[in-house]
Design a protein around this ligand. Structure first.
Ligand code: PEP
Ligand code: MG
Length: 747
């Protein structure tokens, strides 16, 4: 360990702590601190600049510069040397500040007579708080030890800021976690919600940044790192890990065993920090690097180090994920990420979910969608900014979250929610009416489901049945393969809840984005086009058969509808169907009752199936268009890729032409056809599907009202004419013409 002037540094930190411990106002404390630092570092000037808003720094206290400049001198992020420190998150050290590029002359401060300048960022785990500066008249470079010492002091200031040490009633430091912040993320699930933050993993609060006895602290950190290593090794020995999990844990192990990491933390402790503050100091440094590293792999590793630091802090402070805090009213879950099982456990208690990571196709998003909870993903830094209980607005439609919003924003938002509620009430009044168009056509509206939690919606939404029951959700939210009896009970409950309404059970659609936590993942170059859904079912029929048996037992003589996902050619359907018939036969021979009405259908999700032989359309009991997949393969645009997934309109006339061909093929053989992708739940899209000839649509329960309302106002012949005219003109999409037409519709 390099020799540092440890005792000086420790002395300074101890004096700082005394200042912070004394009963005084925020500004007084800041003034005393600048005095102490200048005195200890033998510089004429010490100044503290803090953020007024995310873009503006303000001189909040100084020893040596003109006192009149305090709270007057401000600069933008990146402006002058102070702004440079803040922007780059790195120290600036120069012997000749006025000659330095970017130096800004601020006459009100009188700083032009000071030649040397050393500035370090004040930051706490990725949160930029301000800049700490020392200056002196003699032209000299500050030594590495001096830079380090100032960084340690900045760390303590950051911790104390977090604890509110500078936020008395005066105009001192910016009150943290009190300002409104808006997060621009992306839509995970539409809908609006107002509530209070519930952190899935609350931040660790460090109350003791300065420690008296480095030896005790070093013992503590070594002990905690030891525990951390054991826990990572334990995790690594689990059998059920997939390749990605293993890779992350290997990286954890590498860091946990890294001598450099522990050594740096021990050095921090030697200079007077507590073990916790030392962990945070290194974590802040890693976060600062994270912001500047362009390499994705390195960024991931720094992210791992960040996670590991959090674990270490939890060990040191004993603050687990459960702090004993009571869940606030109308909780909005805020997390970096969350697994589907955990999210399901919170269930409908939650008003909304805001995630820092997440993706549209993630399991958590699938569950949030099933629960109809507004979800915003990619809300960067939300877990750093939000505190338990903070007021928050979730705008799932726009992919925006407002944390601690201004009252005007909250009011506007409430108006929006009220309008949505009113619309829902209007839709509720349609619940028992049929989706009968002005031209006299009735469209059957079914709902998509996948969890028990969905089933109350069957009653509430007025759905004609369940057009798609995604059975994989039951598999995804468990940590081991469910057993046949368990599934049979569950499916029976689904059928009970549906009463005599039809439920189309889709057999397991795993692979692609849906990887079961307990199944060995396959490393595939392109999983969406890989070994998934019925392909897995046919190649390894054990699970498929078990699932069919469970369905037959659950039906216990009642009508049963089964459909296969992702069928690409006729023989796949024939084989899958043969499995069902074989199981029926077997059940019967075992003396079990079998359904007297059994429908076996296929999902049309790949363009190839639209061109299958007539024999397919004759054999299948029905076809259900899985528009989400079909669209991605028709346009060759990945449904998971934010950059392209909205690029092609479902109302593109080529795609509509393709749908018409499918409708014609089914009509020729009298095969019932439905559409169960997300687009069926979008009113204009649903209207066009109906106008093209679809008579059965399946969608999220919340979409049934809006779709029905529009269908009941529309004349399908007119809609068809608008689509045909758009095609004749050579438009890409029928949407603009339809929007024009719909704006002329009377209520
Ligand atoms: C689809 O692809 O349209 C569909 C309904 O299946 P999933 O979204 O579950 O892939
Ligand atoms: Mg699909």
């Amino acid at each position: 360990m390099p020799e540092r002037s440890d005792s000086d540094s420790r002395k300074l930190l101890r004096r700082l702590r005394d200042v912070l411990g004394a009963q005084s106002k925020g500004q007084e404390r800041l003034d005393q601190i600048t005095h102490l630092i200048a005195d200890s570092m033998l510089t004429e000037v010490c100044s503290i600049y803090l953020f007024r808003d995310p873009e503006t720094l303000e001189l909040c206290a100084t020893e040596g510069l003109k006192p009149e400049a305090v709270h007057q001198t401000r600069m933008k992020l990146g402006e002058g040397l102070v702004g440079r420190v803040a922007r780059s998150n790195a120290p600036v050290n120069t012997a000749d500040a006025p000659a330095e590029k970017g130096f800004r002359y601020m006459p009100e401060t009188g700083e032009e007579i000071y030649s040397s300048f050393l500035g370090v960022p004040i930051q706490r785990v990725g949160e930029k708080l301000g800049v700490l500066v020392v200056q002196s008249k003699t032209a000299r470079q500050f030594s590495d030890d001096e830079i380090y010492a100032l960084e340690v002091v900045a760390m303590v200031l950051a911790e104390m800021t977090e604890l509110g040490a500078f936020t008395s009633d005066d105009d001192g430091m910016r009150a943290l976690h009190r300002q409104p912040v808006m997060f621009h993320g992306a839509t995970g699930q539409e809908g609006a919600a107002e509530g209070h933050v519930w952190l899935h993993e609350p931040r660790v609060v460090v109350t003791n940044p300065v420690a008296d006895d480095p030896l005790t602290e070093i013992d503590r950190i070594r002990e905690a790192v030891g525990q951390l290593r054991v826990s990572v090794d334990d995790l690594l020995s689990l059998q059920s890990l997939d390749k990605d999990q293993k890779q992350v844990l290997e990286a954890y192990r590498m860091f946990a065993n890294s001598r450099g990491w522990l050594r740096r933390m021990e050095e921090d402790i030697q200079s007077g920090l507590s073990a916790e503050a030392a962990v945070e100091k290194e974590q802040s440094a890693a976060r600062a690097r994270l912001e500047t590293v362009p390499d994705a792999y390195l960024r991931e590793r720094l992210q791992d180090l960040d996670d590991l630091s959090n674990r270490l802090l939890r060990i040191l402070t004993g603050q687990g994920a459960d702090t004993g805090a009571a869940m606030p009213d109308n909780p909005v879950l805020v997390a970096r990420n969350i697994g589907p099982a955990e999210l399901l456990e919170y269930g409908r208690k939650l008003r909304g979910v805001v995630l820092e990571d997440g993706s549209v196709g993630s399991h958590a998003a699938i569950v949030a969608r099933a629960l109809a909870i507004p979800l915003v993903i990619h809300a960067r830094r939300v877990t750093t900014e939000a505190l338990n209980g903070d007021h928050i607005l979730v705008d799932g439609d726009q992919g925006i979250a407002h944390l601690r919003p201004e009252e005007t924003v909250a009011r506007a938002f409430r108006d929006k929610i009220a309008m949505q509620t009113q619309a829902q009430q209007r839709y509720a009044s349609l619940r028992d009416l049929p989706a009968l168009t002005r031209c006299g056509t009735t469209i059957a509206l079914h709902m998509n489901a996948g969890l028990m939690a969905d089933l109350p919606s069957l009653e509430g939404s007025g759905a004609d049945g369940v057009g798609l029951f995604r059975t994989e959700l039951q598999f995804l939210v468990r940590n081991k393969m469910p057993r046949r009896a368990e599934l049979a009970t569950l499916y029976a409950r689904v059928m009970d809840a549906a009463k005599d309404k039809r439920v189309a059970f889709r057999t397991l659609d795993i692979g692609s984005d849906k990887v079961l936590p307990y199944m060995k993942p396959n490393d595939e170059p392109n999983p969406a086009m890989g070994w998934r859904a019925i392909r897995v079912g046919l190649d390894k029929p054990g699970v498929l058969r078990m699932q069919i048996q469970a369905l037959l037992r659950a039906a216990n003589g009642r009508p049963l509808t089964v459909m296969f996902p992702f069928v690409s050619e006729f023989s796949e359907f024939q084989n899958a169907r043969a499995h069902v018939l074989r199981e029926v036969h077997r059940e019967r021979s075992l003396g079990h009752v079998v359904p007297d009405q059994l429908e076996i259908g296929a999902m049309l999700e790949t363009p190839s199936l639209a061109f299958a032989p007539d024999a397919f359309f004759q054999l299948t009991d029905f076809v259900s268009i899985g528009g989400n997949d079909l669209k991605q393969f028709f346009f060759a645009a990945d449904r998971e890729n934010e950059r392209v997934r909205r690029r092609y309109d479902m109302l593109n006339l080529s795609f509509l032409g393709f749908i018409e061909q499918i409708i014609a093929r089914c009509a020729a053989t009298g095969t019932p056809l439905s559409f169960c992708g997300e687009d069926a739940g979008r009113p204009i899209e649903a209207l066009v599907l109906a106008a093209l000839g679809l008579r059965s649509l399946s969608m999220r329960p919340a979409s049934i009202g809006p779709v029905k309302a529009l269908l009941r106002r529309a004349d399908l012949g007119q809609i068809r004419a608008v689509v045909d005219a758009a095609r004749a003109r050579g438009d890409d999409s029928a949407r603009p013409a339809l929007m024009d037409h719909l704006s002329t519709l009377s209520d």
